[in-house]
Design a protein around this ligand. Structure first.
Ligand SMILES: [Zn+2]
Length: 199
């Protein structure tokens, strides 16, 4: 695969995949490389995600980078000013308007990197991520290891007391490792109510 970043102007990259696929690590890797190149870098995260540390983006593997918690469009655009590279982690938790922030910044000349879950625990497209995928110049879909069979995992399984979470549960519950597993398509278990909801 050949990737040619634009010679001038900005662009949008998306790093997506299930939980435990290394999205935050990949985000941090890209931003660090830009920093080493002397570029002005800023990383945002949604204010909702308070796990581990308020001011840091921390991957499950423990890699960390300081991040600015923001609420959405206005704050992202205002605080991203004068930065060459703008990262937005856990982008699935933002409202749809975050897409406009990403596009505005890319149109204004910034390299914008968004990372997040492409599917929720029901395997439905998650929040603003589908539109970001469609709008991006570059897309990477990372895989995790299936908790059940060891194969390549592309979905996130939510478990409540060790059983598949009901289909009607809240989409957003920020949680720890014991509540979620990466699963392959074959091992992903729809929660109770999935058939009725899909019909
Ligand atoms: Zn599997």
């Amino acid at each position: 695969m050949i990737r040619v970043p634009p010679q001038r102007g900005g662009w949008l990259e998306v790093v997506c995949g299930p939980m435990f696929s290394g999205k935050s690590e990949e985000m941090i890797r890209r931003l660090r490389r830009a920093e080493i190149a002397g570029q002005r870098v800023i990383l945002f995260k949604p204010r909702i995600d308070s796990r581990y540390d308020v001011a840091d983006v921390v991957s499950h593997a423990g890699v960390r980078m300081s991040a600015v918690p923001v609420d959405g469009y206005a704050e992202v655009v205002a605080r991203a000013r004068s930065h060459d590279v703008v990262g937005i982690d856990e982008v699935q938790f933002f409202e749809q308007e975050v897409v406009h922030a990403a596009l505005e910044l890319a149109d204004g000349g910034a390299r914008v990197i968004c990372s997040g879950l492409d599917q929720d625990f029901r395997r439905l497209p998650f929040g603003p991520v589908p539109e970001l995928l469609a709008r991006a110049e570059f897309v990477d879909k990372l895989q995790a290891v299936c908790h059940r069979c060891g194969g390549p995992a592309t979905t996130t399984q939510r478990l409540v007391d060790g059983r598949p979470a009901p289909y009607s549960g809240d989409t957003i519950v920020v949680g720890a490792a014991e509540q979620y597993e990466a699963r392959c398509r074959d091992c992903h278990e729809p929660g109770a109510g999935a058939v009725a909801a899909a019909a």
